[in-house]
Design a binder for this molecule. Structure first.
Ligand SMILES: [Zn+2]
Length: 248
């Protein structure tokens, strides 16, 4: 097999044998792949610096019997700074696990890759609340996977605005306060959270972080976004309990 070159972001690294690593890499064209990086845990090895967790590198890969084998890894960016805070690490690990849980191998994943790189950048710069990054990722990634909630208006009466709304996380539709009360549901969104929800799901991806939200609305948005993501995942994420311990 001929070697080929691809950009890729390391989502997970697992030690294998004495100094090898098995990497889970998100690539734009092949989706999530596994690759063996021989001897890459040795500091003197040429693969050492480009194969670590959250490295965005240019990989030269060759197809092996059960997984790809890394021949070269030239690092372009490492998101070291996500580990400046425990909240940052917790969110980054959770987003990475959600990505490799949701992105199947062999499918194009350019949008997922751009979204995750953008989120890791925001976490490492520390300028955006990690809870905002988490909610953006959860809602946007679910929308990209085909679970876009119906956010235009109340499903039952067509109301577009109101102080409070209810998002049904199972069914993905909105109810205004009156229709929610008739249906026996308690509202889980205020107007600020609803605006942010619409922005995150509908705006062009370059502008995805260009919104402001109050702490009160963020608390509502965070709870709804997380619930929405978790009901659409087939299995619980292992990184979730660590995340909750650092970002309750
Ligand atoms: Zn209504």
């Amino acid at each position: 097999m001929e070697p080929f070159v691809t950009m890729g972001l390391v989502l997970k690294e697992t030690q294998y044998r004495e100094a090898d690593r098995i990497l889970t890499i998100l690539t734009p064209k092949l989706g999530v792949i596994s690759a063996l990086a021989k001897n890459s845990m040795r500091v003197t090895n040429k693969l050492f610096s480009g194969c670590g967790l959250f490295c965005y590198s240019e990989f030269t890969l060759v197809k092996g019997r059960s997984m790809y084998v890394v021949q070269e890894a030239d690092v372009e960016n490492v998101f070291y700074d996500v580990s400046k805070s425990l909240e940052g690490v917790g969110v980054a690990m959770y987003l990475a696990e959600m990505t490799y849980t949701l992105s199947p191998t062999g499918q194009e994943a350019e949008k997922e890759l751009r979204l995750l790189l953008n989120c890791l950048y925001m976490i490492s710069k520390g300028k955006v609340d990690p809870r905002v990054v988490k909610a953006v990722f959860e809602l946007r990634t679910m929308s990209e996977c085909g679970f876009m909630p119906q956010l235009a208006c109340c499903r039952d009466c067509g109301a577009y605005e109101g102080d409070m709304f209810y998002l049904d996380v199972q069914e993905g539709h909105l109810l205004c306060a009156d229709c929610a009360a008739k249906a026996g549901k308690s509202c889980n969104l205020d107007l600020g959270a609803l605006y942010a929800l619409r922005h995150i799901c509908l705006v062009d991806d370059k502008k995805i972080f260009a919104f402001k939200i109050s702490l009160g609305s963020l608390a509502k948005l965070s709870a709804v976004a997380e619930h929405y993501a978790l009901v659409h995942l087939d299995k619980p994420l292992k990184s979730y309990s660590f995340l909750k311990s650092v970002l309750p």
